[in-house]
Design a protein around this ligand. Structure first.
Ligand SMILES: [Fe+2]
Length: 234
C-alpha cells in the first residue's frame, strides 16, 4: 500500500455514510418507511378443526396409495397421488374450506367476478418419507395454489418460497444477521391444520424430510373460469 492509499483508508471522505453514533439525535435514526410496490401475497389460515378433519382424509390416502402408483411431479421420492382428489368424497369438507379461503383471497386481489368465476382445478396428496422433498417449482395455467398439512412430524421439512424478483440477485449490500427478511427465500413453518395459499406463479419447494416419520400434505390449484358473454338479440 502506498502512503497515498493508506491516507485514503484512514480518512473517510465527506460523502461516506457511516453508522449513526450514539449522540445522533434520535428522530434522525428512525428507518424511512418505503412505499412497497409489487408485493407478493401469501395467505395462511390455521384450521382449528384439523383433529377431526384429517383422519378420514388420511384413511382415504392409505387406500389410494395401496392401489395407485406415484405420479412424478416436483416430488423427489415419496408418493404423489393423482390430481383428481377434489372429486373424492373424503376431501369434500377441505375443498369447501379451500373454496371459501380462495374467495377471500380473490376479493383481496380485486378479482373481477363479473368476468370470471373460480373453481378447484386439481387436488393431490404428497407423502414425503425420510429424505424425500419437493424441488422448487411453479404451478402453470392456474390462478391460486396452496397446500394443507395433514401430518407434519418435527423436522420433516418446511415450505420454502423463493423471491420472485429475480433482479434482486444484483442487490449489493450486507444484510444484518438478525434481519427479519431473507434476501432469497422465505421459510414458512408447516404444522398440522395449516392452510397456505399464494399466486400460482410463486416458486416454492419443500425441504427434505429429516425426521423418521411420514409427512402428509395436500396441494391444490384454483383456476379462473371465464364467464361466457350472454347472448342478446333474437
Ligand atoms: Fe407446489
Amino acid at each position: 500500500m502506498t502512503q497515498f492509499d493508506s491516507q485514503l483508508a484512514a480518512a473517510p471522505t465527506d460523502h461516506q455514510v457511516t453508522a449513526p453514533s450514539a449522540d445522533t439525535p434520535k428522530p434522525a435514526l428512525t428507518p424511512l418507511a418505503p412505499a412497497q410496490f409489487f408485493a407478493t401475497p401469501v395467505w395462511t389460515q390455521q384450521l382449528t378443526a384439523h383433529a377431526a378433519l384429517n383422519p378420514p382424509m388420511l384413511d382415504a390416502l392409505a387406500d389410494l396409495e395401496a392401489t395407485t402408483p406415484s405420479v412424478k411431479r416436483s416430488n423427489v421420492g415419496g408418493w404423489h397421488s393423482e390430481t383428481n382428489l377434489h372429486h373424492h368424497s373424503a376431501f369434500r369438507p377441505l375443498c369447501q374450506t379451500i373454496s371459501r379461503m380462495a374467495l377471500r383471497c380473490a376479493l383481496a386481489l380485486e378479482f373481477d367476478f363479473g368476468r370470471a368465476d373460480m373453481a378447484i382445478q386439481s387436488l393431490w396428496a404428497n407423502r414425503n418419507g425420510p429424505g424425500d422433498y419437493n424441488a422448487q417449482h411453479v404451478h402453470p395455467n392456474s390462478f391460486l395454489s396452496g397446500s394443507y398439512y395433514l401430518t407434519v412430524p418435527p423436522d420433516s421439512g418446511n415450505i420454502e418460497i423463493a423471491d420472485p424478483v429475480r433482479e434482486r440477485v444484483m442487490d449489493a449490500y450486507p444484510l444484518r444477521a438478525d434481519a427479519r427478511h431473507h434476501m432469497r427465500r422465505v421459510e414458512y413453518r408447516c404444522r398440522e391444520g395449516l392452510l397456505i395459499m399464494f399466486p400460482s406463479w410463486l416458486s416454492h419447494g419443500v425441504q427434505p424430510n429429516r425426521s423418521h416419520g411420514m409427512r402428509y400434505s395436500l396441494a391444490f390449484n384454483i383456476e379462473c373460469v371465464p364467464k361466457r358473454p350472454r347472448k342478446t338479440g333474437r
